[in-house]
Design a protein around this ligand. Structure first.
Ligand SMILES: [Zn+2]
Length: 248
């Protein structure tokens, strides 16, 4: 069956439309006479358009709602400050951290979160407020032992709301281990982690953890070739905390 031809509007409808256009132009012209010269030139044009649209298709006006997307912070370790660990082949910790952080940001943004990528000494860290702040680092390029593989998670020792940071850490350990298959190091916390500057800078409502996502020596392959997997592990850990999911 061929498509039916479009119907022409009846003559009286066309006359009604012409009348509406005439009234709109008249209204706008009168309005412009009543206002100081030049001040409302753009507004008048908007008025005409709004008038025509509202007469022809009574669609509701869009409401402007303030951006209220939940906020999450991802701190890129060493970014804007130094290189972090640098391996003999030139691989820099800061580059790995930034790749992992950027992929994590993209995952969270797809779910509608506002994600701040923060530099190591970002001025926004002072009194920073978010659902969670995760700082991403990696561990040494040097070979230490066959056991020097896996990840570490550290929370602030003197947090005002230790239960929130602990819940975030528990979620991160569980989900990151499950997603990546990397072992978790319970008892190996370096001093720069326990005295981390950002712990004291962010607002006390913001739970903050550091994750060292792997060793740049034995975990090199997964860090460089499966970066998206590591990012998905961090993303899963953050969502687990925000949604209050159970941890094994
Ligand atoms: Zn680091």
């Amino acid at each position: 069956m061929p498509p039916s031809p479009s119907r022409k509007p009846p003559a009286n409808a066309w006359h009604a439309f012409q009348t509406i256009v005439a009234i709109a132009i008249l209204t706008a012209t009168l309005f412009s006479l009543w206002t100081p010269t030049g001040l409302f030139t753009v507004d008048n044009r908007d008025l005409q358009l709004a008038f025509l649209v509202s007469e022809e298709t009574p669609t509701p006006m869009p409401t402007s709602t303030p951006s209220s997307k939940p906020r999450i912070g991802i701190l890129v370790g060493h970014w804007g400050k130094d290189d972090g660990w640098v391996c003999e082949d030139g691989t820099r910790e800061v580059d790995l951290n930034l790749r992992i952080a950027t992929l994590t940001q993209q995952e969270l943004a797809r779910d509608g979160y506002t994600v701040d990528l923060l530099q190591e000494n970002d001025p926004r860290l002072i009194q920073y407020q978010a659902l969670a702040l995760v700082s991403i680092h990696n561990d040494t390029c040097e070979y230490i032992s066959d056991a020097a593989t896996g990840f570490k998670v550290m929370t602030a020792l003197a947090s005002l709301q230790p239960e929130k940071a602990s819940a975030l850490a528990a979620c991160m350990v569980d989900r990151y281990a499950n997603v990546t298959g990397l072992p978790f190091h319970y008892n190996e916390v370096t001093t720069h982690m326990s005295s981390y500057h950002a712990f004291d800078e962010v607002n006390s409502i913001t739970p903050i953890i550091i994750i060292e996502t792997g060793y740049m020596n034995l975990d090199r392959l997964i860090l460089t070739e499966q970066t998206d997997l590591l990012a998905f592990g961090i993303y899963s850990g953050i969502l687990c905390y925000i949604r209050g999911e159970a941890v094994q």
